[in-house]
Design a binder for this molecule. Sequence first.
Ligand SMILES: CC(C)(COP(=O)(O)OP(=O)(O)OC[C@H]1O[C@@H](n2cnc3c(N)ncnc32)[C@H](O)[C@@H]1OP(=O)(O)O)[C@@H](O)C(=O)NCCC(=O)NCCS
Length: 149
Amino acid sequence: MEIIVRKGKMKEFREILEILQATPSALHGMPEEQELMSMESFVRGSLTDPKMNLVLVAERCKEIVGCLFAELWVKKGFSFLSMIAVLPQWKGKGIGEMLYSGFEEYCRKIKGTKALVWLVGTENKAMAKFCRKIKAVRGKRFYYYEKEL
Ligand SMILES: CC(C)(COP(=O)(O)OP(=O)(O)OC[C@H]1O[C@@H](n2cnc3c(N)ncnc32)[C@H](O)[C@@H]1OP(=O)(O)O)[C@@H](O)C(=O)NCCC(=O)NCCS
């Protein structure tokens, strides 16, 4: 199975969006319609601002089977992994790890980047195990707050 990890392109917008739609844990419990709209602008916004955003895709036989979104907070010395998702039928084959490695490699080349950070839903056991596998340390210093607008 040959998988290529590369940057995503604007013309692949629909295909990338479909991957996020196919992964229920990407929905974060919001009403589906509302989430769908914000997801569209999230994908579009990330693809149109490559200076601040990294979008990686995993491609197999010209089909996109996984994607990763990150915000590059270059001046602050860290990058934020906003989303990683693999199509259900391609999970468990090392594609998530390949995407993550691509992200880490990319950030290691950005001078001054000291850490990669992200949030994981407390119910997301697969992602929690994934994080242990890539040797990420679970933080203890912060609570997550949110205020709906
Ligand atoms: C989390 C996710 C990206 C992992 O991608 P993947 O390609 O399936 O993961 P990999 O095959 O690279 O697995 C790497 C490691 O992660 C862990 N892992 C992955 N899927 C797992 C599962 N379902 N249950 C437990 N551990 C799992 C394992 O430790 C695995 O290593 P191992 O097989 O040697 O034990 C994928 O499950 C996914 O798309 N989930 C839905 C979206 C999501 O929740 N994203 C995270 C929120 S930002």
